[in-house]
Design a protein around this ligand. Structure first.
Ligand SMILES: Cc1cc2nc3c(=O)[nH]c(=O)nc-3n(C[C@H](O)[C@H](O)[C@H](O)COP(=O)(O)OP(=O)(O)OC[C@H]3O[C@@H](n4cnc5c(N)ncnc54)[C@H](O)[C@@H]3O)c2cc1C
Length: 800
C-alpha cells in the first residue's frame, strides 16, 4: 500500500468495488479501496442476489438497467464467475389498481428505453412460473433481463476487474480517522496513513460512522430483512427450465430459484431498524435470529402463492441488515461543504443499482458531472433537517414497509411530517387547507370543505372540482396563495453583480426589476430555472424551487468568487402571493406607498399594512399577481390583512394544485419535469432567455448547441383527448407505431377545459397541429401538438 493515492474508497462491498472499477475504467488508476475485513463483509455477502428491472422511479429503473447490462461484462473482464442466472422475471398485480399501475408502468418503461418487457395474463404468467398459484393475480409484467447472481462472486469480479485496470485494494485495513487538509484528506488506517485528494464513503452498514469521521451526518439507517431458502421442491427439480425471479407485490415477497429449491424474501410491514448509529465495528458475518412473529402474515401469503413449498423443509433462514435513505434511493455525490468527500451510501439494492452508482460517482469525480440526471440519488437532495434521528427512523421505516405497497400520485404519506410549517399553517388548516410536503416544509395543495378526504387514485380525484373552483378564482377574481415553498437566496457584496452575471446565462435585471434566469452547468445543460431580483439597494435575490435549496447552494458554493456573500433565506423569509385580475385592487388597499406603478416583473420594498415586505409583480399562474415576501414573524399578520382587504373582491385561498394547473395552461415549465439537468436550453426553449453577448458558465457548450444541428427533441404542449385521467410524466408519445417522445408533465387545465401535457418530441413532430397519441394510465389516447400557452397566448393577463 502506498502512502498517497488520488482517491481512497472506504469499504469493499459491492458499491465500493463498483466505484473502484468505474474510476479505473474511466482512466483514474491511482485509486485504492480499503476493506476492514475481507471483500463483501457487510450487507453484500448475505444478499439474495436478485436483479430485476422494475422501479417506480424511471431514473432508478434506468440505473438498474445499466447495472444489469454491466454484470456479464465484468464477469468477462475479470474472469471471475458471478453465477449469473438470467431467468427473466415476473411482477404480479393482485388488485385492479395495481394491474392498472403495472400497465401504466409498462408504457413508462418503453419511454425510457426498457423494451424487453411484456404484459401477461395470470395464466400466461403461471406457465412461466408453474409453482405459483394464480389466486388473486389479475396480470403480470414479464421482463427478460431479470434473475439472480452470486453475491460474493460479483463483488470479487468488480474488484478483480478494477485491479486489472490498475486500481488497488487492500483487505484487513480499517479506516479509523479522516483529517481534512488544505488540498485533500489524510486517511488514518490501522496499517498507516494515506494522503489523497478524494475519499469515498462506501462503508455500507458503517456509513454513518465513516460520515462522522468527517463531521458529516448522513440520513441513513440499516433495517433488518428476511429471506428463507427451501430444501428441494419436487416441481422445481422436475422442471427443465429455471423458475423466474417473481415479485408478488400484494404478497410482500420476492422469489427466485436456488439450486433445486427456492429463495423467498420478505418486505416486512412490521419493520425493524437496527444500529441506527451504524453497525458495531465487530459486526462480521453473523446474522440475526429469524423473527417469525414479525413476518407471519407475509410468510403465510408467500406459502399460499407458492403452495409446493408448504411440503418441503426450510434449509436456511437469513435475517440480515441493509441500509436505507429516507426515500429509499442511494446517497451519491459530493457532500455539500466537505470538499473532496464523496458519498456512495444507502444503496438499498447494491447488486441491482451498484453498477449505476459506481458509474455516476466516477463520472462526477472525473468529469465534474455525471452523464445521467443524478438528482434522485444526489446526496444534496436532503437538507440538514434530514439528519434528525426520528426523521430518519420514520421515513426509512415508512419506505421499507411500503416497499411493495402502491403509492398513488395524489397520496400523502405521514412519516416525518409535519416538520416545518409556515406560521399561518394552523389558521390555514382551520380554513380547510390540505397539505403536501416539499423538502421539510408543509405546502398547501388546495382548500376543501370540512370533513373532505381525497381518494388516492391514478386518475382524476374527488378534489378535481375543488381545484377547478380555485383556478376560476385565479383567472377571474383574486386568490391568496402561501408561497413559503419557494427558495430565496440573498446575494450581496462588491462582486455580487459580477458573480451573478457569470453564473446566470441571462441578462441581469435592472434595479427594481426581476428576470427569468436559466443557470447552466459547464456542459451547457440546465442547472436551474431561476428568477433573479434586483432590489436596487445592492441586494439581489435568487428565487427557485424550494426543494432544491441544498442542491443549489452546493452549486453556488462551488462557483463562488471573492467579494460575494450568499445566504439562503429559507429560514427567514416566507410569504403570500395575490393572484388574479383583482389582485391589484386588494394590494392597493394595503400598500402605504403607491404600488399602482409597479409593472410586470417589477420589484421593490413596500409597507403592506403593518408588514415591511419585498414585493415582486409576477406569478407562475400567468395572471396578474404579486409575490409578497415577508419575514417569518409577519406571515400570520400578512395573511389576515390580505384576507380582510380582499373580502370585497371575493378573495379565496388557493393551493399549489391550482398553481400547477394554471401554469400548464401557460406552458410554463417547472423543474424536475420540463427542466432537468439532462436537458439543454435549446430543447426546453430556455435559450430565449440567454444573453449570448456576455460570458457565462456553460456558454461554450450552449453555443455549440445553438450553432449545431439543433436538439433532436424539443418541448411542445399537447392537448390530450383524455377521459377520466390525465398524463403525469414519462408516458410515451407515438406517431402511429413510432415512439417520438415522452411527456414531461401533464394535468388538467381547469380554466381552458383541456387535458394538457408538456412533452419532449422529435423535432419533425413538433409543429402545432401534428396528430399524435399518448398513453395515459396505460391506455392510448389521441393527442395533438398545440401552440404554446393555450390560455392567454399573448400574455395580456399577467402584464395587464
Ligand atoms: C437479507 C438481504 C437480502 C438482500 N437482497 C438483495 C438482492 O436481492 N438484490 C440486491 O441488489 N440487494 C440485496 N440486498 C441489499 C444489498 O446487500 C446491499 O444493497 C449491498 O450489499 C450494499 O452494499 P455496500 O457496498 O453499500 O455495503 P456493504 O456490503 O455493507 O459493504 C460495506 C463494506 O465497507 C467495509 N467498511 C466499513 N467501514 C469501514 C472502514 N472504516 N474501513 C474499511 N472498511 C470498512 C465493511 O467491512 C463492508 O465490507 C439484500 C440485503 C439483505 C440484508
Amino acid at each position: 500500500m502506498k502512502s498517497q493515492y488520488r482517491v481512497v474508497v472506504i469499504g469493499g462491498g459491492v458499491v465500493g468495488a463498483s466505484v473502484l472499477y468505474h474510476l479505473a475504467k474511466f482512466g483514474w488508476s491511482d485509486v485504492v479501496m480499503l476493506e476492514r475485513r475481507r471483500l463483501a463483509s457487510g450487507s453484500s455477502w448475505h444478499a439474495a442476489g436478485g436483479i430485476h428491472a422494475l422501479n417506480a422511479d424511471p431514473n432508478m429503473a434506468a440505473l438498474q438497467s445499466y447495472t444489469i447490462d454491466l454484470l456479464s461484462e465484468i464477469e468477462k473482464e475479470s474472469g471471475q464467475n458471478i453465477g449469473l442466472h438470467m431467468t427473466g422475471g415476473l411482477t404480479l398485480a393482485g388488485t385492479p389498481e395495481r394491474w392498472e399501475w403495472l400497465q401504466a408502468n409498462y408504457r413508462i418503461f418503453q419511454s425510457i428505453g426498457i423494451d424487453d418487457c411484456e404484459l401477461l395474463s395470470a395464466e400466461e404468467a403461471q406457465k412461466r412460473c408453474p409453482i405459483m398459484s394464480t389466486d388473486g393475480v389479475l396480470g403480470a409484467m414479464w421482463a427478460d433481463r431479470e434473475g439472480y447472481i452470486d453475491t460474493t462472486g460479483t463483488v470479487q469480479a468488480y474488484a478483480t476487474a478494477a485491479k486489472k485496470r490498475g486500481a488497488e485494494y487492500y483487505e484487513e485495513t480499517k479506516v479509523e480517522e479522516l483529517i481534512q487538509t488544505d488540498d485533500g484528506w489524510q486517511v488514518v488506517t490501522d496499517k498507516g496513513t494515506i494522503t489523497c485528494e478524494h475519499v469515498v464513503n462506501a462503508a455500507g452498514l458503517w456509513a454513518k460512522q465513516v460520515g462522522r469521521m468527517a463531521g458529516v451526518e448522513l440520513p441513513v439507517s440499516p433495517l433488518k430483512h428476511h429471506y428463507l431458502i427451501t430444501d428441494t421442491v419436487p416441481e422445481v427439480a422436475a422442471a427443465d427450465f429455471e423458475m423466474p425471479m417473481t415479485v408478488d407485490l400484494e404478497g410482500f415477497t420476492y422469489m427466485r430459484q436456488d439450486q433445486k429449491g427456492v429463495l423467498v424474501g420478505i418486505y416486512e410491514v412490521d419493520h425493524e431498524h437496527w444500529a441506527m448509529d451504524g453497525a458495531p465495528w465487530n459486526y462480521g458475518e453473523e446474522l440475526f435470529q429469524e423473527q417469525l412473529d414479525r413476518i407471519e402474515n407475509e410468510l403465510t401469503l408467500g406459502f399460499e402463492r407458492y403452495p409446493s413449498i408448504q411440503n418441503v423443509g426450510i434449509k436456511t433462514w437469513v435475517n440480515g441488515a441493509f441500509t436505507f435513505a429516507p426515500d429509499g434511493n442511494p446517497l451519491v455525490g459530493p457532500v455539500p461543504g466537505k470538499r473532496g468527500y464523496w458519498s456512495a451510501c444507502a444503496v438499498m439494492a447494491g447488486f441491482l443499482q451498484g453498477g449505476g452508482v459506481g458509474k455516476t460517482l466516477a463520472e462526477w469525480m472525473i468529469h465534474g458531472e455525471p452523464e445521467a440526471d443524478a438528482w434522485p440519488m444526489d446526496v444534496a437532495r436532503f437538507g440538514d433537517f434530514a439528519q434528525n434521528k426520528r426523521y430518519i427512523r420514520e421515513t426509512t421505516g415508512q419506505f421499507y414497509s411500503r416497499r411493495f405497497v402502491m403509492t398513488y400520485p395524489n397520496e400523502q404519506l405521514p412519516a416525518g411530517r409535519p416538520l416545518k410549517m409556515a406560521p399561518a399553517h394552523d389558521a390555514m388548516t382551520e380554513a380547510g387547507c390540505k397539505w403536501g410536503v416539499s423538502w421539510d416544509l408543509e405546502v398547501p395543495l388546495y382548500f376543501a370543505p370540512k370533513g373532505f378526504e381525497e381518494t388516492p387514485t391514478l386518475k382524476r380525484s374527488n378534489a378535481h372540482e375543488i381545484v377547478a373552483e380555485e383556478c376560476k378564482t385565479i383567472r377571474e377574481g383574486v386568490g391568496l396563495m402561501d408561497i413559503s415553498g419557494f427558495s430565496r437566496f440573498e446575494v450581496r457584496g462588491p462582486n455580487a453583480e459580477v458573480w451573478l452575471d457569470k453564473v446566470m446565462a441571462s441578462k441581469l435585471p435592472a434595479p427594481g426589476r426581476a428576470r427569468l434566469a436559466p443557470m447552466l452547468g459547464e456542459n451547457g445543460r440546465l442547472k436551474g430555472d431561476l428568477t433573479v431580483l434586483n432590489w436596487g439597494d445592492g441586494t439581489w435575490w435568487i428565487m427557485g424551487s424550494y426543494y432544491l435549496r441544498a442542491w443549489h447552494m452546493r452549486w453556488f458554493d462551488d462557483h463562488m468568487m471573492d467579494g460575494v456573500d450568499i445566504r439562503d433565506l429559507g429560514e427567514e423569509y416566507c410569504g403570500f402571493g395575490l393572484v388574479g385580475p383583482k389582485s391589484q385592487a386588494v394590494i392597493e388597499k394595503l400598500a402605504e406607498q403607491d404600488i399602482s406603478g409597479l409593472k410586470f416583473m417589477g420589484c421593490g420594498d413596500f409597507d403592506i399594512g403593518l408588514v415591511r415586505a419585498r414585493v415582486a409583480r409576477m406569478s407562475v399562474t400567468g395572471e396578474k399577481g404579486y409575490e409578497i415576501n415577508c419575514r417569518y414573524g409577519d406571515h400570520i399578520k400578512l395573511r389576515r390583512m390580505l384576507l380582510e382587504a380582499g373580502d370585497d373582491e371575493g378573495i379565496r385561498e388557493c393551493g399549489f394544485n391550482a398553481m400547477l394547473s394554471t401554469r400548464l395552461e401557460k406552458s410554463f415549465g417547472i423543474w424536475s419535469a420540463e427542466f432537468t439537468q439532462l436537458y439543454t436550453p435549446g430543447m426546453t426553449g430556455m435559450d430565449r432567455w440567454i444573453d449570448w453577448d456576455k460570458d457565462f458558465v456553460g456558454k461554450q457548450a450552449a453555443m455549440a448547441e445553438r450553432d449545431g444541428n439543433g436538439p433532436a427533441q424539443v418541448q411542445v404542449t399537447l392537448e390530450v383527448d383524455a377521459l377520466d385521467a390525465d398524463a403525469s410524466g414519462y408516458e410515451p408519445i407515438w406517431a402511429g407505431d413510432e415512439r417520438v417522445g415522452f411527456v414531461t408533465s401533464g394535468g388538467y387545465g381547469h380554466y381552458t377545459g383541456k387535458s394538457l401535457a408538456m412533452a419532449l418530441v422529435d423535432r419533425d413532430k413538433a409543429a402545432p397541429g401534428t396528430e399524435l397519441s399518448v398513453h395515459v394510465v396505460g391506455v392510448e389516447r389521441p393527442a395533438r401538438v398545440i401552440a404554446p400557452s393555450p390560455y392567454d397566448p399573448q400574455g395580456k393577463a399577467m402584464r395587464g
